[in-house]
Write a protein that binds this ligand. Structure first.
Ligand code: NAD
Length: 487
C-alpha cells in the first residue's frame, strides 16, 4: 500500500516528516499512516511539473493518449485490488467499487486517451491576404484538488483531460482518502508516464490545498468539493489570476409528477439519494412529489429505504456502507436534529445503527418530510443518506421549489408528458437534467453546475477546452506591406 508523496516519479516522505492516519470508516481503525505534504513539498512538485512540461507538451498527442489507454488497461488488470482499496478507505460497498468506481475510472481514462489527438484549432475567415488560425495549447502546470466521496473516479475525471491536453499536474487528494490516487500514480508510471508529469500530494486542505490555490507557478486549479472551500480557492487564486474550474455542492431536485411510472420513480429516487451513502454532489436530496401520488410513493419509498442492507463495505451483499468519516457522520446526524427543530417528520432512519455497526460511521437511510421547502435541511447540502420530501399541486409550484436553492448542479423529473418534460428541462436552473432517470454520468457528456454549484465543465470535449487556452495566429500570406506609416 503506497503511503508517501509521489513527486517527480518517486515516492518520498514529506519534507517535514509529518504523517496523518487514514482510517477505515467501518470501524475507525487505522489503515496506514500517510505522508502529509506541506508548502516545501508543493514547491518541489510544482518544480518537477515545470521541468517535465516541455517534453510532455512536445510529445505527439497520440503518444500521450497511448499512455492513458495503457493506464486504463492497467486499471482493468488491477480492478480487484483497486476496488478493495477504495472500499477500505472510503466505505463504498465493494459491489459499487467493483461495478462502478473501478470500471468507470478505466472508461474515463480510455475516453480521454482517445481524445488526446482529437484536439484541433480553427481556421477563421479574415480579410483577404491573411490566414488566421487558432491553436489549443495546454495551460502548463495545473493544480487539482479532489474530495473524499469518489477519490478513485475523480483521478480519471481530473487527470484524464488535463494529461490528454498536454498539461502537467499537481493533484491533492482529500486527506482522509489518499490511497487509490497514490496507486493510480504508480500505475501511471508503469504505463510509461514520464517523471514529474503527475505529482500526487496527500495533505491538509488549509495547508497544501490552500498553497496550491495561491501558487504563482500554477496556471489553473480544478477543484471539486464544498462551496465554502470553492469560495476560499477563488480568493486564494487572485494573486496570479489563475484559471479556475469549480465543481461544488448541490441540492438536487427530484420531481415526481402524478403521471409518472411510480415503480421506476421510486427505484430511481432511491438510487439518487442512497447510492454512495448520499455522498454525491448530484444526489437527489430534495424529493418533490405531486400531492396526489405522495402517500403511495412515500409508503413504498420508505419501505424500500428500511430494507436497504447496511453493512461492512467489504461484504459482497452490502448495499450501503458507512459514511467516509466520523466527523461527517456527526455532521449528517446534526441535520436530523435541525429537521426535528423545524418540525420535520422523520419517516425513517435519522440515527446511527446499533449493534455490530455502532463503532463505524454508519447512518441509516433517512427520509424527512419537511414543513416548508425553505427549511434549512431542504436548502443546505447534507451529503448523506438523507432525503427531504416536499409536495406540490401545480407545475409552477414544482418549478418554484426545484429552482428555490442557491445550487444548480443535477436535477431530475419523472413524467410521461413529453411537453412537460421538455419545459422543465428548459426551465430548471441546473447544469444537468435527467428525465425519467437520475444521476446518469458518461465521460462524453458535460458535467458541471450553475449558481453556487460552480462553473466550468468536466467530461466530454468541454473538459478538453477547460484544460487549454486558445492562441490566435495571423499569417500575412500575400506579404502585404502595412498601409500606415509607409515611407
Ligand atoms: P472540502 O470542500 O473542505 O474538501 C474538499 C477538498 O478540498 C479536500 O481535498 C480538502 O483537503 C480541500 N480543501 C479544504 N480546504 C481547502 C482550502 N482552504 N484550500 C484548498 N483546498 C482545500 O469538503 P469537506 O470538508 O471534506 O466536506 C464538507 C462538505 O462539503 C460536505 O459535507 C459536503 O457537503 C461538501 N462536499 C461536496 C463535495 C462535492 O462533490 N460537491 C465533495 C466533498 C464534500
Amino acid at each position: 500500500m503506497r503511503n508517501q508523496l509521489f513527486i517527480n516519479g518517486r515516492f518520498v516522505n514529506a519534507a517535514s516528516g509529518e504523517t496523518l492516519a487514514t482510517l477505515n470508516p467501518h470501524d475507525n481503525s487505522t489503515i496506514t499512516e500517510v505522508a502529509m505534504a506541506g508548502k516545501a513539498d508543493v514547491d518541489a512538485a510544482v518544480l518537477a511539473a515545470h521541468k517535465a512540461a516541455p517534453a510532455w507538451q512536445a510529445m505527439a498527442a497520440m503518444d500521450r493518449g497511448r499512455i492513458l489507454l495503457r493506464l486504463a488497461d492497467l486499471i482493468d488488470q488491477h480492478a480487484e485490488e483497486l476496488a478493495w482499496l477504495e472500499s477500505l478507505d472510503t466505505g463504498h460497498p465493494i459491489r459499487d467499487s467493483r461495478g462502478l468506481d473501478v470500471p468507470r475510472t478505466a472508461v474515463n481514462f480510455r475516453y480521454f486517451g482517445g481524445m488526446a489527438d482529437k484536439l484541433q484549432g480553427d481556421q477563421i475567415p479574415v480579410e483577404t491576404g491573411f490566414l488566421n488560425y487558432t491553436l489549443r495549447e495546454p495551460i502548463g502546470v495545473v493544480g487539482q484538488i479532489v474530495p473524499w466521496n469518489f477519490p478513485l473516479m475523480f483521478t480519471s475525471w481530473k487527470l484524464g483531460p488535463a494529461l490528454a491536453a498536454g498539461n502537467c499536474v499537481v493533484l491533492k487528494p482529500a486527506e482522509i482518502t489518499p490511497l487509490t490516487s497514490l496507486r493510480v500514480a504508480e500505475l501511471l508510471s508503469e504505463a510509461g508516464l514520464p517523471d514529474g508529469v503527475v505529482n500526487v500530494l496527500p495533505g491538509l486542505g488549509h495547508i497544501a490545498g490552500q498553497y496550491i490555490a495561491e501558487h504563482e507557478d500554477i496556471g489553473k486549479v480544478a477543484f471539486t468539493g464544498s462551496t465554502a472551500t470553492g469560495q476560499r480557492i477563488v480568493q486564494a487564486s487572485a494573486g496570479n489570476l489563475k484559471k479556475l474550474q469549480l465543481e461544488l455542492g448541490g441540492k438536487g431536485a427530484n420531481i415526481v409528477f402524478e403521471d409518472a411510472n411510480l415503480t421506476a420513480a421510486i427505484n430511481g429516487s432511491a438510487w439518487a439519494i442512497f447510492h454512495n451513502q448520499g455522498q454525491a454532489c448530484i444526489a437527489g436530496s430534495r424529493l418533490i412529489l405531486h400531492e396526489r401520488i405522495a402517500d403511495e410513493f412515500l409508503e413504498r419509498f420508505v419501505a424500500l429505504a428500511r430494507s436497504v442492507r447496511l453493512g461492512n463495505p467489504l461484504d459482497d451483499t452490502t448495499e450501503m456502507g458507512p459514511l467516509t468519516s466520523a466527523m461527517h457522520r456527526d455532521r449528517v446526524l446534526g441535520y436530523v436534529d435541525v429537521a426535528r427543530e423545524q418540525g420535520g417528520d422523520i419517516l425513517c432512519g435519522g440515527k446511527a445503527p446499533a449493534g455490530a455497526l455502532a463503532n463505524g460511521c454508519y447512518v441509516e437511510p433517512t427520509v424527512v418530510r419537511v414543513k416548508d421547502w425553505r427549511d434549512r435541511v431542504a436548502q443546505e447540502e447534507v451529503f448523506g443518506p438523507f432525503v427531504t420530501v416536499m409536495t406540490f399541486t401545480t407545475d409552477e409550484e414544482a418549478l418554484q421549489i426545484a429552482n428555490g436553492t442557491e445550487y444548480g448542479l443535477g436535477a431530475g423529473l419523472w413524467t410521461n408528458n413529453l411537453q412537460r418534460a421538455r419545459r422543465f428541462a428548459r426551465d430548471m436552473r441546473s447544469g444537468m437534467v435527467w428525465i425519467n432517470s437520475y444521476k446518469r454520468v458518461n465521460p462524453a457528456s458535460p458535467f458541471g453546475g450553475v449558481g453556487k454549484s460552480g462553473y466550468g465543465r468536466e467530461m466530454g470535449f468541454e473538459a478538453m477546452r477547460e484544460y487549454t487556452q486558445v492562441k490566435s495566429v495571423w499569417v500575412n500570406v500575400d506579404a502585404q506591406v502595412p498601409p500606415h506609416f509607409k515611407r
